[in-house]
Design a protein around this ligand. Sequence first.
Ligand code: NAD
Ligand code: LMR
Length: 328
Amino acid sequence: MTKSPVKVTVTGAAGQIGYALLFRIASGAMLGPDTPVSLSLLEITPALKAAEGTAMELDDCAFPLLKGIEITDDANKAFSGTSVALLVGARPRGPGMERADLLQANGGIFKPQGEALNAGAADDIRVLVVGNPANTNALIAHSHAPDIPAERFSAMMRLDHNRALTQVAKKLGVGVDEVTKMTIWGNHSASQYPDLFHAQVGGKSVAEQVDQTWLSDTFIPTVAKRGAAIIDARGASSAASAANAAIDHVRSWVHGTPADDWVSAAIPSTGEYGVPEGLISGFPVTSDGGDWKVVEGLDIDEFSRARIDASVKELTEERDAVKGLGLI
Ligand code: NAD
Ligand code: LMR
């Protein structure tokens, strides 16, 4: 193997998602079986010891692709020369807490991280924000990284996307791989809009194959409130499924999406589908291994329009709130 290792930075490396994520990155599940990686684990100072424990376990796996591990509480060091930055570290939502409560708590984390990415990341940097509120945290990081092209910043809708695939597959009695063209529009929050009008099974719209009451009263709330349901059940937010979605997101971005399908990701809007420019919103996207591209030209009916608009309104309000806090 002659390729030089790709540096991957994971923030919040000692947390739940970090623990589910790092081993899969090191195994090659994210960048592929031919790409060696070096991992940079960014944590806050009190969690460095726990990160060291995770690094010991990574060593003990003897992953052939893992060429180095760095553990640090210095964002500039963690992001220096990095090609993939997974911004996971944030404060998770606890029972009864609303996402808006998290804006203040988490906003301050993403400004210095945006600055550190701007100062030192590799030219091919790709950033995925997982830590909630993910879309607005990505907006904060992006707004402090003016030298990095906007399209290198993304936030995670892939967990919602995967949740939606499974709900449809179960309803129609098909495999998840038979459900294509799923889209999660808007914000990674309860206002998100999982769209079954463009999703297909057997080449036909899923909306035509299920009754409207199931679609609006069961499917949409089940997917949109799944994060809260997991918190209720586990007493902690989703971790393994979130890590899995992060792996899926980066793999699709780096290795490309299938010719006849797309995935969901939140990327900076350039005005597609009436989403105000600059908001980091969920869209149907494809990749050819370069940048994400929004799938354009989809017909949006009144039902979908109202739901996309409601979620985008929430993104606008979050943006205004962080602007008011001086975070962007
Ligand atoms: P966790 O509390 O187990 O871990 C978070 C870690 O981040 C902790 O180890 C903490 O020390 C670290 N951290 C805090 N501030 C940091 C900073 N400034 N720099 C580096 N590290 C820092 O939480 P978790 O369960 O791993 O979840 C992490 C985040 O992911 C939460 O915000 C959660 O809501 C979010 N999440 C997002 C999705 C999604 O689909 N986008 C899904 C699940 C969870
Ligand atoms: C999820 O979708 O599982 C999480 O984003 C839930 C949360 O608010 O932490």
